[in-house]
Design a protein around this ligand. Structure first.
Ligand code: NCD
Ligand code: ZN
Length: 346
């Protein structure tokens, strides 16, 4: 008997599509399986105004395969110069769904992010007033804080004070990687959500560092100890509406990954759903995959779930390409180091 699983069409609540040739190569990988995605604004230069978000959205739509119904949900990159009124207008016109906060220097293309959080106070207050969610890259950047502690310290020193000072602000803790992240998110009430990536359910820091350095497993926030991975797996498969899928699929060419100072990011768009089904089955939670991938995200963002469905079928291991070709060079697809038995039906 064939085992199948049908879920509402999933969404990706944290995705990097880049621009130009890279965008054209990676957009179809996500559009094949997902209904919508929150599009990260960390282009060079970043997407900082409503107009720029609209222009970027049009470039994404132009990169989609003929007949695709994929909807990009745009974000603005918060800087210390963001104008609360421009932001409110872009939100009002439906140009943007959320705003992204990068602490300056925390990750790829975050140089224009925020250093002095007091400077963005009026913007955050405006966002609380209009109900526009803030997507947060939650890591401090202080060089004296160990990279494996940066998420936990951010929660204590930055995130919690911001939330206390801005009642009503709706926040998504993006790509959480620690048990502290899981705990803080699950106690945060309906105004706090958290995304979890596919790869952080699979790898811990040993996969990056033991037995030779593996640049394709390096991303930010960096994968932590095994106990944190297990906490993330419990959260993702719990059905708790706080937690939803944000793949953080972040393509970089192999040339840019395999450098003495290589880029952070794992590219998972191609095989994410097969990996997730495998992980949820391992956790005996296949019946909760739909909550994580298709229901909890829209609920937090106050959007309807997608109308369509996606079916996965269990069988002989599915082979995915190890790389995809892009006009900028090959991009390596995340290797989950396990056979994937769940195929997405087209
Ligand atoms: C992302 C990128 O490459 O843009 N990299 C990553 O490791 N996740 C940026 C980010 O989300 O931190
Ligand atoms: Zn990201």
């Amino acid at each position: 008997m064939t085992e199948t699983l049908t879920i509402k069409t999933p969404d990706d609540w944290h995705l990097h599509l880049r621009d130009g040739a890279m965008l054209r190569a990676v957009a179809p990988e996500t559009a094949r399986h997902f209904g919508r995605a929150i599009i990260m604004p960390n282009l060079v230069p970043p997407v900082v105004t409503g107009q720029e978000a609209a222009a970027y959205r049009d470039r994404i739509l132009a990169a989609l395969p003929e007949g695709s119904r994929f909807t990009p949900l745009m974000t603005l990159y918060l800087t210390e110069d963001t104008d609360p009124e421009d932001l409110a207008q872009a939100h009002d016109e439906g140009l943007i769904t959320a705003v992204k906060l990068y602490p300056a220097g925390a990750t790829t293309n975050s140089a224009s992010g925020v250093t002095n959080f007091d400077k963005v106070r009026p913007v955050l207050e405006k966002m609380a007033e209009i109900g526009c969610p803030l997507c947060v890259h939650g890591e401090v950047v202080d060089s004296d804080i160990d990279i494996f502690d940066r998420e936990a310290v951010f929660i204590e020193r930055v995130l919690d004070p911001i939330r206390r000072a801005t009642p009503g602000l709706r926040v998504v803790m993006e790509h959480i990687t620690t048990m502290q992240g899981v705990e803080y998110a699950s106690e945060g009430g309906p105004e706090l959500g958290a995304t979890i990536t596919t790869h952080h359910l699979v790898i811990n820091r040993n996969h990056i560092l033991a037995g030779g350095i593996k640049p394709h497993y390096y991303c930010l926030p960096v994968a932590k100890r095994e106990e944190h991975r297990l906490a993330l797996r419990r959260a993702a498969t719990s059905g708790d509406p706080t937690f939803f899928l944000g793949t953080d699929s972040a393509p970089h060419t192999d040339a840019n990954k395999l450098l003495p100072c290589g880029c952070a990011g794992c590219f998972t768009a191609t095989n994410t759903l097969s990996i997730l089904a495998e992980v949820f089955e391992q956790e005996d939670a296949l019946d909760r995959l739909e909550s994580f991938a298709s229901l909890n995200g829209p609920k937090f963002y106050r959007l309807p779930a997608n109308e369509g469905t996606l079916t996965l079928t269990k069988g002989a291991p599915v082979e995915y390409p190890t790389q995809i070709e892009t006009g900028d060079g090959p991009v390596t697809v995340f290797d989950p180091m396990m056979p994937l038995h769940w195929r997405v039906e087209s």
